[in-house]
Design a protein. Structure first.
Length: 359
């Protein structure tokens, strides 16, 4: 009989993408894989219909008034009961939690079936669900060492795995790029949160750069309602552009870009680092526990990016930064060299070896 693993993750990209990537790996290795997520997470696996999945409605009691907390606790109790039913039915050999409050019920329920639990943290600060699960987790997989808020007594459970990215990104080979002092290709990644301000600030900046005698190729992610206006602006000003709300082949855009301007989700920044793509980090200011800022600071301190906080993200500052980069393309090459020291290629074998020890 094949070994069976339940993967559970919240419905945001930073939680669900590592789960899906690892599910694909273990499925190909002959394991039976099951995903437990929420409605948002369900949308991400439409292209992977071969994976069995369960939807759990969960919530968090934080930042709520008394009556909402009472209702939330009822939802959590219901999700725990449903988790017991799922585990009893599926009889898995292992549970892996990837964070997000929907991952808590099934992860916590594993304790009562004496199932080994692994939790994975993608960010540089422990997520709240993962923090509550430290005591019952058999191992804690980290994409990077966490210096803050990690209890000393649980550090013996840590395994640094690296970021669980798509294999084509982990194995990506950056083509040699020639420095061209008159041309620059820029990829702009706003993600599902925060692309709107990029659509307001960046197009005028690119036009200023063009009027200073420099050519740019722009590949810009935006919100759906901004797409026509941004495209029209670039076309009107004769700026080469591809404006999109979503593109499945993001690695193609990365391969033809000299640099990126991006929000700082853990998966996005790790993808840019693994493809040796220098970036301007603009962390989302209201990210939970300020995790985007911590991601940005980590890479800035390691010489992998420039940091421009949103309070300073304006036309003047961005124009000056890009002009500085254009005039000294060696800065891009130096960052690419620094990025190579943060590219962990054996993430899947490290994880698989540890899981074989447990089951």
């Amino acid at each position: 009989m094949n070994k069976k693993i339940i993967f559970t993750a919240g419905g945001t990209g930073g939680h669900i993408f590592p789960a899906i990537n690892l599910m694909k790996h273990f499925s190909k290795k002959g394991y039976e894989v099951i995903l437990v997520t929420d409605k948002r997470g369900k949308d991400f696996i439409k292209g992977n219909s071969e994976f069995k999945s369960y939807i759990i409605k969960a919530d968090t009691p934080t930042r709520k008034n008394f009556f909402k907390i009472f209702f939330t606790l009822f939802i959590i109790l219901y999700s725990l009961i449903k988790s017991f039913i799922i585990i009893k039915k599926e009889k898995p050999n292992l549970v892996i939690g990837f964070g997000g409050y929907v991952s808590f019920p099934i992860s916590y329920a594993s304790k009562f079936f004496n199932l080994p639990l692994i939790i994975y943290e993608n960010n540089l600060i422990l997520g709240r669900a993962n923090k509550y699960l430290l005591s019952i987790a058999k191992n804690i997989f980290l994409s990077k060492i966490i210096d803050k808020n990690f209890p000393e007594k649980y550090k013996k459970k840590i395994l640094i795995t690296g970021s669980i990215l798509e294999k084509r990104i982990i194995n990506y080979s950056q083509p040699t790029k020639k420095n061209d002092n008159k041309n620059l290709s820029i990829l702009i990644l706003g993600g599902s949160q925060g692309a709107e301000i990029f659509g307001k600030i960046i197009p005028p900046v690119i036009n200023i750069i063009k009027n200073n005698g420099y050519n740019t190729n722009i590949y810009q992610q935006c919100t759906t309602n901004q797409k026509d206006s941004i495209t029209n602006f670039y076309n009107k000003n004769n700026i080469n552009n591809y404006v999109f709300a979503f593109d499945k082949n993001i690695i193609k855009l990365i391969s033809i870009s000299d640099m990126a301007i991006t929000r700082c989700g853990a998966s996005t920044t790790a993808e840019l680092v693994h493809t040796s793509t220098p970036f301007v980090a603009v962390p989302l200011p209201n990210s939970i526990d300020n995790h985007q800022y911590l991601n940005a600071i980590f890479y800035k301190e390691n010489g992998c990016c420039w940091l421009l906080e949103q309070k300073n993200f304006n036309e003047e500052n961005l124009t000056n930064l890009i002009m500085e980069i254009i005039k000294n393309k060696n800065k891009l090459e130096n960052i690419r060299k620094n990025m190579k020291t943060h590219q962990i290629k054996n993430v899947y074998s490290v994880i698989e070896n540890k899981i074989r020890e447990l089951i």
